[in-house]
Design a protein around this ligand. Structure first.
Ligand code: ZN
Length: 502
């Protein structure tokens, strides 16, 4: 059991940190932080006059790993976090939309486990055109007690967060973004010694409270709002919060607490994103907090966030519907094994899809994919998910469809009008051209295409097949080393051949 006695002299008590299972935030909300907020508040009227305006926030995620590149948060986690972030900020009524501007992978064990002592790595990776979020495994030292889940650094203007806490149930990411846009804790000053009946009397009579996250003592906020402009978070529509919800690990007011004027605190903002309560179904911002977020975005200091790249919020709202092959819940057989078309319906706003075939993920832009590398008489499973820069993953990935391949090959070298087919050299080296030589008994159009092993088309040409001898050439340098699939498609069938490039 750890006991925190930092403030033992001041308050004459200790309290036990083990009750704080949920961890805390390490954002310093000192006088410099609050003066930025006060500047913000002076411009609220301008923001309110503007009315409803969509605001788009580009985000760069710096995904940090150990020196050897291990333990990095997967990119899918970024998309899932963005999706939740957008849903949550929308539910809160912010009219702010967050989109992926970039992913930067950093291998740096020091930064991964101790970002506070690796400021240079933070600064040198800073992107000047977006909100910067560094995703690490651990945050040690600095302000805040217990396990620090994340913090916003006003000096460097960036967010650092533990990788397990993006999109978490207590809205850690959404909370740190609140700090990014100047918001303080609703319980500012009470971070180190939050209210609990064993530590405090029923009536709180002192006028100031201190914590390691502030420099000067913070005025204790009153229920009658007589000091709300200068006490606590300095926002009037968030009622007094003396850290309730923090120690109980709950979402409701368990105690009778009376302020120094004799008013009972009935509605502390426990479900507020800038509070520390846990087990709330949903967390929100107050109307004044939303104005503060918007005003911060509009400030000259945040000019770098505002660009015209993205002007419309286009989230993914629909699940992907799979078309073929196979069907959910039945094991169909697909006769041809070496040319399988995976097909699904277009999803509105999808920018790309991740198709998972037997666990391997392939990124594709179209809503279909041709696979040439499956084996005969094998079991194949597949699922697919749609992505946009606004995130993905709020809608479940499709169910996995499982089917069986037959042993028929798509390769038909006996097109009835083709004879004497020779494809050479095979294998070939990269600086050689590939020749396709044959005799045809009639004239027809054809498409020649080469696919790499991932199914990506890397060469294509429309040709005319004429009666008599034909030679088609795929130019040297078209293929890199590895396995390729050559396809010659005609209205009457196709020729497929595996080409090996050394
Ligand atoms: Zn915080």
């Amino acid at each position: 059991m750890r006991v925190n006695c930092i403030l033992i002299i001041m308050l004459g008590m200790c309290y036990n940190l083990s009750a704080q299972q949920h961890g805390t935030c390490g954002t310093v909300q000192d006088e410099a932080f609050m003066s930025a907020f006060r500047k913000n508040k002076a411009n609220w009227d301008k923001t309110i006059q503007k009315g409803l305006v969509d605001r788009f926030v580009p985000v760069t995620f710096h995904l940090v790993a150990k020196n050897d590149g291990t333990d990095r948060m997967p990119v899918d986690g970024v998309y899932a976090a963005l999706c939740k972030l957008n849903d949550r900020y929308q539910a809160a009524g912010s009219e702010m939309f967050f989109y992926l501007d970039g992913i930067n992978e950093i291998n740096n064990t020091g930064l991964f486990t101790n970002p506070r002592d690796n400021r240079n790595a933070l600064i040198s990776n800073f992107d000047e055109r977006s909100m910067n979020v560094f995703v690490v495994s651990q945050i040690t030292g600095g302000a805040g007690t217990g396990n620090t889940l994340g913090y916003y650094s006003p000096g460097m203007d960036l967010i650092v967060i533990q990788k397990g806490n993006l999109g978490d149930a207590t809205y850690t990411f959404e909370h740190e973004i609140g700090h990014f846009f100047t918001l303080a804790h609703t319980h500012r000053g009470w971070e180190d010694q939050p209210y609990r009946p064993s530590d405090y009397p029923e009536q709180i009579t002192f006028t100031e409270i201190n914590s390691t996250q502030v420099t000067n003592p913070v005025r204790v906020e009153l229920v009658d709002r007589s000091n709300c402009q200068i006490a606590g978070d300095e926002i009037c529509d968030t009622d007094p919060n003396y850290g309730f919800g923090f120690t109980c690990g709950c979402c409701n007011m368990l105690w009778t607490v009376i302020d120094r004027k004799g008013d009972t605190i009935l509605t502390p903002p426990l479900t507020n994103i800038m509070s520390y309560a846990t087990n709330c179904n949903e967390y929100v911002f107050s109307p004044d907090q939303i104005v503060a977020l918007q005003t911060s975005y509009d400030a000259s200091a945040r000019t770098y966030l505002r660009n015209t790249d993205v002007t419309e919020y286009k989230p993914i709202r629909d699940a992907v519907t799979q078309i073929s092959p196979g069907a959910p819940g039945s094991l169909e057989t697909v006769e041809i094994f070496d040319d399988i078309l995976f097909d699904w319906e277009d999803v509105q706003n999808a920018e790309f899809y991740k198709l998972r075939i037997n666990g391997d993920v392939i990124e594709v832009e179209d809503s279909e994919y041709r696979a040439f590398d499956q084996m005969p008489n094998s079991i194949v499973s597949w699922s697919v998910r749609a992505f946009t820069k606004f995130g993905a993953g709020c809608i479940d990935e499709t169910t996995e469809i499982v089917f069986r391949t037959g042993d028929a090959s798509a390769a038909i070298s006996e097109l009835d009008f083709v004879s004497e087919l020779a494809i050479y050299p095979n294998p070939l080296v990269q600086d050689q051209a590939l020749s396709i030589k044959f005799d045809a008994s009639r004239t027809t159009g054809a498409n020649v295409a080469v696919f790499d092993v991932a199914g990506k088309k890397i060469y294509t040409e429309e040709v005319r097949i004429t009666t008599g001898p034909n030679v088609i050439t795929v130019p040297a340098g078209s293929m890199e080393s590895g396995i390729h699939i050559l396809k010659i498609e005609t209205p009457d069938g196709l020729i497929t051949e595996k080409i090996l490039v050394d």
